[in-house]
Write a protein that binds this ligand. Structure first.
Ligand code: ATP
Ligand code: PAU
Length: 223
């Protein structure tokens, strides 16, 4: 049985899969990890794979638990310079949230080409990957987490984290509201600035592009 864990800023999501498919799944608030790991994790786990943006304290909690309960080391995914056809645009690739990175790898390969990954969690991020696999940039929209703050206002700090976790400056910036489509930051790739001088990058979501886009939901079914 493989246990997959996705630790976000708000929720930890998990699933256990075996050759026949997903056997069991669940989620709990990340801040509740201080009280213990999810009750539903089974005995017969052979492998644990983790994608976490929750920082080193949460990583240590998960590692300790896996060693004690199953005598195994969990495998933590990391963002890299290049994988599965996608090239990271960050000069320090490991600084990209691994949730964004894995979502881009999945979307690029599921959609077989250029894609735009919209992730609406605690933060809202929209990543663009060109047809040749280069990550072109991210649109960072803010949080309307729990409906507390309308878009356009700033949210600084506020959300509780498991004791001792450190929120990176980058994540704090994501957790601020007020970025519009026209502030899309397209990074470091010639394709992003191609076109007539002064014109907007060709990936901006103008109507022409919208008509050609196809949605590939996170469940993997395309429509
Ligand atoms: N179906 C839904 N409809 C509306 N809001 C939702 C829904 N599901 C989750 N949310 C909200 O999204 C946020 C958390 O979602 P999610 O678990 O995807 O984020 P996360 O992975 O913890 O965060 P991040 O990936 O940004 O670190 C919470 O504010 C929650 O209230
Ligand atoms: C942007 C979030 C919070 C989205 O979950 C996460 O991917 C994260 O903490 N990223 C680190 C900073 C970055 O991706 O640039």
């Amino acid at each position: 049985m493989i246990l997959d864990i996705d630790v976000g800023n708000t929720f930890l999501k998990w699933r256990c899969s075996e050759p026949g498919g997903i056997a069991v799944r669940g989620r709990l608030l990340t801040e509740r990890l201080n009280d213990g790991m999810p009750a539903g994790w089974p005995e017969n786990v052979d492998r644990v794979r983790v994608a976490s943006v929750a920082g080193p304290v949460v990583a240590a909690l998960i590692s300790d638990y896996c060693r004690k309960r199953w005598g195994l080391e969990p495998e933590f995914a990391r963002a890299g310079r290049q994988a599965s056809g996608v090239t990271n645009s960050y000069s320090e690739p490991h600084r990209m949230g691994v949730d964004r990175w894995l979502a881009m790898l999945a979307a690029y390969n599921l959609g077989q080409g250029g894609c735009c990954v919209v992730d609406c969690g605690s933060a809202i991020t929209i990543d663009f990957v060109a047809a040749d696999g280069h990550h072109l940039g991210v649109h960072r929209a803010g949080v309307a987490a729990d409906g507390e703050k309308p878009a356009g206002q700033y949210r600084r700090g506020g959300r509780r984290s498991p004791a001792g976790t450190v929120r990176s400056g980058a994540r704090q910036r994501y957790l601020q509201c007020g970025v519009s489509w026209h502030q899309l930051r397209v990074r470091r790739h010639p394709a992003a600035t191609a076109g007539a001088a002064g014109s907007r990058p060709s990936l901006l979501p103008v109507a022409d592009h919208r008509r050609r886009w196809r949605a590939v939901p996170a469940s993997g079914r395309s429509r």
